[in-house]
Design a protein around this ligand. Structure first.
Ligand SMILES: [Zn+2]
Ligand SMILES: [Zn+2]
Length: 149
């Protein structure tokens, strides 16, 4: 019932619920608990580094640890539906290619530091050395020119 009403999408992204369970319109129940974990760094979504992109589904910013672009799902969980996954990876590649040029890196979906919240990195070949040698980026708004500290 509440599947694609524009208002409910803005206030409260329900994309996952309606894909997985047709009866999800009945309430937030399990979904609400699974959507946000106050202990989780990715749920917190602190804005320290450069943010490339943000919408109701995800955000893309430089990872604080790796300094490469990272897409983060706006829900606390590990298994986004296929369409959401595809959309998120597309946003990630856009950000990565903006930073490193076309084909300048590759998507890394392994979740090492935070295994219980979906995120993926776009890594160029030199990401490990750059992380020590380059100044970190800083937050200056979403989709702005990338600035370093
Ligand atoms: Zn989380
Ligand atoms: Zn990282």
């Amino acid at each position: 019932m509440a599947q694609h009403e524009p208002n409910s999408d803005v206030d409260h992204p329900v994309g996952l619920a309606h894909c997985l369970q047709p009866a999800a319109a009945s309430g937030l129940g399990r979904g609400a608990a699974a959507e946000f974990d106050p202990e989780c760094e990715l749920c917190e979504a602190a804005r320290f580094t450069h943010w490339y992109y943000e919408d109701d589904l995800c955000w893309v910013a430089d990872c604080e640890v790796c300094a490469t672009p990272m897409v983060v799902w706006k829900r606390h969980g590990t298994e986004p539906p296929a369409d959401e996954l595809a959309a998120m990876l597309a946003r990630l590649v856009e950000a990565g290619e903006l930073r490193f040029g076309p084909g300048g890196g590759r998507v890394d979906q392994v979740m090492r530091q935070i295994p219980d919240h979906f995120h993926a990195h776009y890594r160029d070949a030199d990401w490990m050395s750059r992380r020590w040698n380059e100044p970190p980026s800083r937050y200056s708004g979403v989709g702005t020119q990338r600035e370093t500290r």
